[in-house]
Design a protein around this ligand. Structure first.
Ligand code: SF4
Length: 485
């Protein structure tokens, strides 16, 4: 041990222990914990505060956590899985992973290499099911005034944020790094976080829950764009309306011009909406983005009507205007001067508006943790790190985070992405460098592990892990529900 790591004689006499599980190298006094609260000094011994988490299938018996248990006297059913949660780490990474667990599955000898990874290169991609305008693409996303990420390309029915990443951890001020770390930790542990977007909205994001935009709970994810809504519901409107305009920030649909209306032999209605015509019945940029109808800034839908052609339209023409979620809808009849006059919506039309709403899915926030595990962490798995990367790419090694399946990006490295709602609660920790701590497990055949230069001789049976100290058994998290509750 080098001098700057070694404790002084006085520190040793005072019962202080040194934690070397991350570069912070805390000196921890008896009865106290280190800066991350994950390690503590218990009677002069460095201990991991949290128990090692095992997952069990729900049909197997559950065994409660026995704090301080020296031996395991519970029973575990087939299918128990040792996660990296509470496992301790490989840092400074040439140490073999803390748990290399052998098992036999369908007569094949397997090993699972279990560790807690310290990720400086990590972030989250947040999908927010909402049409509402959260902020312009590339706008800064802030917490406590610090930029922690930005608005990125919107997806179908969802606004997307990209938060964290090494530049916010290391490339700005210390405050920015700390705010980024706090934000990622809370989001990954499924806690609510309020994000402020430059030139946009304040949004509360919580994994698996509905977003709250400027204080309003989002309920529905739109059924589709305005053009798609026309395509889906045109036959149901036919015979009850002369025109339908589905207001959408991206693609506003106009039924009588749209292919959907043409197939139904609808006659032109002569109502021209604002914006740029893309193809028949499909208009872009009918308004500015906002918090109104269909993700536009429109609160009175008539604002998007540019003109009504007196050579084509007729008094008594029946017009429905509706948003892509069915949340907003209005019924108009043209008077003798061809002015749209709002009227009571007929039941047959209202039913179709309600069907739009019925076909919307609940609006949710999805938080995907994304990190690079292709660096030094691999040295805790094998003496020849690139072989682990190849093994993952060849699908010989399965990567999980807290038991949840991780998607591995093609190309170089082990760049993984995982849905935090599929991981056990409170799977994540942090260190003040700053960086996030996340569980990671590599599972492969024992002979493949030996072939890639792994520490196969260190593999221990599950029963030995169970005897190793503090344990907590949890049920495998259920697959994500679409209820949002
Ligand atoms: S921050 Fe945590 S992991 Fe890092 S040295 Fe201190 S106690 Fe150990």
């Amino acid at each position: 041990m080098s001098d700057d790591i070694a404790l002084s004689r006085a520190e040793v006499d005072a019962g202080i222990v040194r934690c070397d599980a991350c570069p912070v190298l805390c000196r921890i006094r008896p009865g106290k914990s280190g800066a991350c609260d994950r390690y503590a000094n218990e009677s002069g011994k460095l201990v991991r505060v949290d128990p090692l988490v095992l997952l069990e299938r729900s049909e197997a018996p559950r065994v409660p956590f026995a704090e301080g248990a020296e031996t395991w006297d519970g029973a575990l059913g087939r299918g128990a899985f040792v996660t990296g949660i509470g496992a301790t780490t490989t840092y400074p990474d040439y140490k073999p992973a803390p748990f290399i667990v052998s098992s036999r599955i369908d007569n094949v000898d397997m090993v699972t290499v279990v560790t807690e990874g310290i990720f400086s290169y990590c972030g989250v991609k947040v999908k927010i099911d909402s049409d509402r305008f959260l902020g312009p693409e590339q706008a800064a996303v802030r917490v406590r005034g610090e930029q922690v990420g930005h608005v990125t390309t919107a997806e179908y029915g969802s606004q997307m944020l990209s938060l964290g990443g090494v530049r916010h951890f290391t490339g700005g001020s210390k405050k920015e790094g700390v705010a980024t770390c706090d934000t990622l930790l809370a989001l990954c542990n499924r806690e609510p976080v309020e994000l402020a977007i430059d030139q946009g909205a304040a949004v509360v994001v919580q994994a698996g829950r509905a977003p709250v935009v400027n204080g309003t709970h989002e309920e529905r994810m739109r059924v589709g764009c305005g053009s798609a809504a026309i395509g889906m519901f045109a036959p149901q409107w036919h015979g009850h309306v002369d025109e339908v305009i589905v207001v959408d920030d991206h693609i506003t649909g106009v039924l009588s011009e749209h292919q959907g209306g043409r197939f139904l032999d609808m006659k032109p209605a002569g109502i021209r909406v604002r914006g740029r015509k893309s193809t028949p019945g499909r208009y872009f940029q009918v308004a500015e983005p906002g918090l109104g109808w269909g993700g536009t800034d429109v609160h009175d839908p008539l604002q998007i009507i540019e003109k009504i052609d007196p050579r084509v339209a007729w008094p008594g023409l029946k017009l429905l205007m509706v948003s892509t979620t069915g949340e907003h809808a209005a019924w108009y009849v043209l008077d003798q001067s061809l002015r749209p006059i709002e009227a009571e919506m007929p039941d047959a039309v209202r039913k179709v508006v309600e069907r739009i709403a019925e076909n919307c899915e609940p609006a949710l926030c999805t938080v995907m943790f994304m990190a690079g595990a292709g660096g030094s962490l691999r040295a805790g798995v094998t003496e020849n790190p690139v072989r682990l990367t190849r093994s993952v790419k060849d699908a010989l090694t399965r990567v999980t985070c807290g038991g949840a399946p991780a998607y591995i990006w093609p190309g170089g490295g082990i760049t993984l992405m995982v849905d935090v709602t599929r991981m056990p609660e409170k799977s994540f920790g942090y260190v003040p460098t700053p960086a996030l701590v996340a569980p990671i497990e590599f599972t492969l055949r024992r002979d493949d592990y030996a072939a890639l230069g792994g520490y196969a001789e260190r593999a221990v049976a599950l029963e030995d892990v169970l005897r190793s100290g503090k344990l907590e058994t949890r049920a495998w998290p259920a697959a994500p529900s679409a209820t949002g509750s």
